[in-house]
Design a protein around this ligand. Structure first.
Ligand code: C2E
Ligand code: CA
Ligand code: CA
Length: 610
């Protein structure tokens, strides 16, 4: 715009230099040139910067003011030249004002207010002057100019509406896409990066790691699900938010935390130091998670386990790194719950072995390869066998015989446990139907058996079909089974209880069952884990635990089986503590069905304690 104004002004000035005084024909256009040049320079310099909204608003107001000053001075100057020119030069002035005015309007179309100011000033000056001039040709020109200006202003107005519409649509689009980005990459509950974003972060960190060491940690909360089930999702959500906050507060410049989903979080540690520091960081996190969470409606206690893997020693790709950290976590949860575990080389062999087990189990002929052995549960005082616990055994043609601790978790993972349980239960019931009526059967159920209604219904069907009195049956469940889906598990347990079966809480004392949970379940029995029984007579801590667990079970009106009794010394202590039912190698190792009649025929006095 300034270029048009200056070039047009100089084209007019040149024609008037010989006839008009120098101040008017030269000095004024020089003044224009300096002022317009300065404005031009300011705009040019700022062409790449995007001003803040306030500064932009101020600049537009300035432009309005400048449009007024420019159009007033330009029109006044041109008209001031009028008396010096002949008819041709006067025509030149009229043309200059008209065409420059239209040019200015077009150039200011993005700021209609300025375009209107310029149009009004220029047209008003033009119309007034030329109608007073009394020349018909000029009057005609004035009418032409006014009409064209009006048309042009209409076009500018319509254009501007489209322009403004497009700008606000674009802004909306930007806001929406920013929001979409946020939703797609951040966890809505905790505000931490979500699973998807975590993997992006991990890939980036991996690409940037170069020679450096990069670690991944996966955190899983222990005991979150029961809180969620018992107190409701609102408290569960509050708890996760608080967990997220605690974890985030422990992060440093080189660590990033994310929520993978549920009660699982993950972190990346760039420029990761040695294993010791990594484990120290892990323990710090575990410690923070063990502090009680004081929420609006309840105070709850949790713990968290972490699995770590580090590049380059333990993994070759970002995916490997994640998988191995996950494996370390899985191992940690089994053997060192509530602590940090680093992926170890020994895990590689375990993973290989599990893969082989997985393959063999997937194609196994369960009916023929799976068997049940039985371990007696004995009344400590009379020495009578009150029941047998059924324990699974698998003899794989490819891998030989494997303990349940190795294949049950794999069966659970590959979704084969339901089928496996059904085969085992049928076999165990067939055996039990051959025992005397007063000898019961205790059967282990896995998490998955009671966390689906199909599983529970199938179990009930098998019991009914066996013809055995359900009162002879106990089902053993672990606390972890309840962590999966408390409500469904409770429904399944109620169904079995309703049938007349007993419900035993297995491995009691090792997990996280709270007393409120014990109350919430229709239990009939608890089984004290064998870890408390080993060397009970030498270990005061174990002694105290067993003593209080026995007191607890009797207070709650539950019977109690003490597992893992191996020696006479242990048995003697248990008897003193008032233990009633025991199970362990001291009486018998798990035996095949065929040995049961012989075992039951043994004189009970031989088994009665002390
Ligand atoms: P569990 O239910 O706690 O079973 C007791 C385990 O302790 C059995 O191991 C048994 O052989 C062992 N045991 C018994 N007395 C003693 C003792 O005095 N000393 C020692 N050191 N160990 C003793 P097993 O048969 O290897 O079973 C391991 C676990 O596998 C079981 O622990 C149970 O959780 C699971 N399991 C076994 N059979 C089944 C099954 O049919 N279904 C399901 N879902 N899980 C099963
Ligand atoms: Ca058991
Ligand atoms: Ca047990």
């Amino acid at each position: 715009m300034y270029s048009i104004v200056l070039i047009n002004a100089w084209a007019l000035a040149v024609n008037f230099m010989k006839v008009a005084p120098a101040w008017l024909a030269i000095h004024v256009p020089v003044g224009f040139t300096i002022i317009c040049g300065a404005r031009l320079l300011v705009w040019w310099r700022a062409r790449h910067t995007v001003p803040m909204a306030e500064a932009a608003h101020e600049a537009l107001k300035q432009t309005n003011r400048f449009a007024l000053i420019l159009s007033v001075t330009l029109t006044t100057w041109a008209l001031a030249l009028f008396p010096y020119g002949d008819a041709h030069l006067q025509g030149n002035i009229a043309f200059f004002i008209g065409i420059t005015g239209l040019g200015v309007i077009i150039c200011l179309q993005q700021l209609p207010s300025a375009a209107f100011i310029a149009a009004i000033v220029i047209n008003a000056g033009f119309v007034m002057w030329f109608s007073l001039a009394g020349v018909a040709a000029f009057a005609g020109m004035a009418v032409n100019l006014v009409l064209v200006s009006i048309a042009l202003l209409m076009v500018v107005t319509v254009q501007f509406r489209h322009f403004a519409g497009a700008v606000s649509a674009r802004r909306k689009l930007e806001t929406v896409s920013r929001e979409n980005f946020r939703l797609a990459n951040l966890d809505s509950l905790t505000g931490l990066p979500n699973r998807r974003q975590f993997f992006t972060l991990l890939e980036t960190a991996f690409a940037e790691a170069g020679e450096g060491r990069l670690a991944v940690g996966i955190i899983d909360l222990d005991g979150f699900k029961p809180v969620n089930d018992l107190y409701g999702h609102k408290i569960g959500d509050d708890l996760l938010v608080e967990v997220g906050r605690r974890l985030a507060s422990l992060m440093e410049d080189n660590t990033r935390i994310a929520r993978l989903g549920g009660d699982e979080f993950a972190l990346t540690v760039a420029d990761c130091p040695g294993d010791e520091q990594l484990l120290a960081l892990g323990e710090e996190i575990c410690k923070a998670l063990r502090d009680p969470f004081v929420l609006m409606e309840a105070t709850v206690q949790l713990s968290g386990s972490i699995g770590f893997a580090a590049y380059p020693e333990m993994a070759e790709s970002a995916h490997d790194l994640y998988e191995r950290a996950d494996y370390a976590l899985y191992q940690g949860k089994r053997s060192n719950r509530g602590h940090a575990v680093l992926f170890a080389n020994s895990h590689v062999a375990e993973i290989e072995k599990e893969k082989r087990i997985e393959q063999a189990l997937g194609t196994a002929d369960l009916e023929h390869e799976i068997d049940v052995v039985f371990q007696p549960i004995v009344d400590i005082l009379s020495g009578r066998t009150v029941a047998f616990e059924a324990l699974a055994r698998w003899t794989s043609p490819a891998l030989g015989s494997l303990p349940p601790g190795q294949f049950i978790p794999v069966a659970e993972r590959i979704g084969l446990i339901g089928q496996l349980t059904r085969v085992l239960l049928k076999k165990a019931l067939v055996s039990a139907s051959r025992w005397p009526d007063e000898v019961g059967l205790s059967f282990n159920l896995s998490t998955h058996d009671i966390s689906t209604s199909d599983g529970a219904v199938a179990i009930v069907g098998i019991i009914m079909a066996s013809g055995i009195d359900p009162e002879r049956l106990d089902f053993e469940i672990t606390e972890t089974a309840m962590m999966y889906d408390f409500v469904q598990a409770k429904t399944a347990i109620n169904m079995l209880k309703g049938l007349g079966c007993g419900i035993a809480l297995d491995d009691f004392g090792t997990g996280y069952s709270s007393l409120s949970q014990l109350h919430a379940l229709p239990l009939t029995k608890i089984k004290i884990d064998r870890s408390f029984v080993t060397d009970l007579h030498k270990n005061p801590a174990s002694f105290k635990i067993v003593k209080s667990l026995l007191a607890l079970s009797s207070d709650m009106g539950l019977s109690c089986v003490i597992e893992g009794v191996e020696t006479e010394d242990e048995l003697a202590v248990l008897k003193n503590l008032g233990g009633e039912l025991v199970q362990g190698y001291f009486y018998s190792r798990p035996m095949p069905e065929i040995d049961i009649p012989g075992f039951l025929r043994q004189p009970v006095e031989a088994r009665a304690a002390g």
